[in-house]
Structure formats: C-alpha cells, structure tokens
Design a protein around this ligand. Structure first.
Ligand code: NDP
Length: 282
C-alpha cells in the first residue's frame, strides 16, 4: 500500500508563513497581537516549552512577554496578575503554563482567564462552546490535528473515528471536534477492555496516551488513517510515539510520524489562536 506520511512540520511552516502575513496586515491597521505566558517554578520541561513558544511567536511578529514567577507564588497573586492581563487592551492571549505547583488550584486559575483571551482553549466556557458547536477558542493540539487532516485531504464525515485517550486537552476535544464534523466517534481509555477490538474498527485512529508503541500492526485496519499524538522520551533521549510507526507504515493509508508529526502543529495553533483573539478583540 502506498502510504502518505503526514508531516506536521511541513504543514506548520506553511501555516506560520500565512500567519506572519496576517500579522503584518493587522499591524497596518494598528493591531499588534500580543501573547503573555506565565510560568511558575522551575520545571525544566515547562521552561523549554515556554522558550519555544516565545521564539515561535516572535518569529511571525507576535509580541510576547514571559512572566517567570517563583515556585511559592500564591494563588491569589497569580489570579490578580491574570485579572490585569484580562483588562489590558494590548494583551490578546493569556497562557498559563501547566502543570502548576501543587498549592495552586488549577481549576480556579484557568477559570480566571477571560474566555476571550483563552488561547489554550481550556476555559470551561470555551469547552462548553465546543461541545454545543459554537465558535470557541479550541485547544491547540486537537485543532492542530484537524488542520493536519484538512491539509492531507482526510475528511472525517461519516467515518468511524476511534480516539484512544480521554484527557481534557487532547482526547476529549479532538473527538468532539470530529463529531462536529459528522464522524461517528468512539472513545477508549485505560479501563477499556480489549482495546484492539475497537482500534481495529477505526477508519481514523487518534492515539493520545503516552505509552511507547502501544498500537501495533495487529491493532489497525488496513487502509486506516492514523494520528499519533504520543510523546515518550526514551533513555537514549530519543522521542517515540504511541504507534509502532515502522510496523504500520505499509499497512495504513496515512500516518503521522513522531517527531515531526502533531508536535509542530500544537505551537502553530497557539499562534493562530493569538491572532484570532487579536482580531476578535479589536
Ligand atoms: P493524559 O495522561 O492526560 O491522558 C492519557 C490518556 O490515555 C488517559 O485518558 C488514559 O486513560 C489513557 N490511557 C492510559 N493508558 C492506556 C492504555 N493502556 N490503553 C488505553 N488508554 C490508556 O495525557 P495527554 O492527553 O495529556 O497526552 C497524551 C500523550 O500525548 C502524551 O504522550 C503527551 O506527551 C502527548 N502530547 C503531545 C502533544 C503534542 O503537541 N505532540 C500535546 C499534548 C500531549 P484514563 O483516562 O482512564 O486514565
């Protein structure tokens, strides 16, 4: 079978170039998209992600500010800071880098972000809007998957989509978005019995678990489309997905690699959402 490898890095480059042009056009109308990112504590991985986000924003002309707060920052201090960003007319996107230290209530913090500046799409208002099919800020990884499928001409309408993983940031919203596109959606998770009985039925299989090579050749139907969201760092520093790519690549019709698959789309969608927020707020 001839298999299409869906390269997120290629699609992301193209989208970022279009976004850069859009930012230039907004600046001509005196709209200067601005993203603020708040990071609390010394989580190495979080610091790296924040650095990458800032660099990506600046590369396409979005101004960004990173607030690095001490590990013992109080919840009230953080919420007050978010309130200031909510009221600041020059700030369009607010991103609180997760995870937060244990003493801070994540739910309260995320709910304090204005839904109109919630470029991560985690506020319950945006989650609710997605679920009833209204215009919403959509979470970046699921939105990136949708754009990637669009680019490669994969339509979900009428297809059986199986989503493995039901997190609030990936599994649930991607299933919801595909349901809104008229797919028939099945969710699987850690308590699902006989997982492969479900995955084998998928026309479109989305895997967001975080277990290296959970999905083997026996788990998929010939000709299926497979999207691998998983990222597992091996001891040798290599990153691998939830899907045994080498086994599947001659069996399926489309598949994303890891790395260079879903990953680059996620940050691109953060940029997309920030520009969208700047347009909506002006
Ligand atoms: P979570 O840990 O929040 O969720 C994992 C999900 O997988 C849960 O729903 C869990 O079930 C389910 N699960 C665990 N084990 C199994 C199993 N054996 N069989 C079936 N389902 C199982 O992870 P995230 O959704 O945040 O992330 C998933 C993966 O995607 C990670 O590797 C993460 O690094 C990666 N990721 C990649 C991004 C990117 O940009 N490329 C962005 C975000 C995440 P249950 O609910 O029952 O516990």
């Amino acid at each position: 079978m001839s298999t299409t490898i869906m390269y997120g890095n290629v699609v992301a480059d193209q989208i970022r170039s279009n976004l850069k042009t859009e930012v230039e056009q907004l600046k001509e109308k005196a709209i200067f998209p601005r993203l603020v990112v708040v990071i609390i504590g010394n989580n190495q991985a979080s610091s790296t992600y924040v650095r990458i986000k800032k660099k990506a924003a600046e590369k396409i002309g979005i101004s960004s500010a990173v607030y690095e707060l001490e590990e013992d920052t109080s919840e009230d201090y953080l919420i007050n800071l978010i309130k200031q960003f909510n009221e600041d007319l020059n700030t369009h996107g607010i991103l609180i880098q997760l995870p937060l230290p244990k003493h801070i209530n994540e739910k309260r913090v995320l709910e304090s972000i204005s839904p109109d500046k919630d470029v991560d799409g985690f506020h319950p208002i945006n989650v609710g809007r997605l679920s009833i099919g209204q215009r919403a800020f959509l979470p970046c990884t699921p939105l990136g998957i949708i754009k990637l499928l669009d680019y490669y001409g994969v339509s979900a309408q009428g297809k059986h989509v199986v989503v493995v993983g039901r997190s609030n940031i990936v599994g649930k919203p991607v299933g919801q978005m595909l349901l809104n596109q008229h797919a028939t959606v099945t969710y699987c998770h850690s308590r699902t019995k006989n997982l492969f009985d479900y995955t084998k039925q998928a026309d479109l299989l989305i895997v967001a678990v975080g277990q290296a090579h959970l999905i083997t050749k026996e788990a998929v139907k010939e000709g299926a489309v497979v999207v691998d969201v998983g990222n597992t760092f091996l001891e040798d520093g290599k990153v691998v997905g939830d899907v045994a790519f080498d086994e599947l690549k001659d069996v399926v019709s489309h598949i994303t690699p890891v790395p260079k698959g879903v990953g680059p789309m996620t940050i691109t969608m953060l940029l997309h959402n920030t520009i969208e927020a700047a347009k909506r707020l002006n």
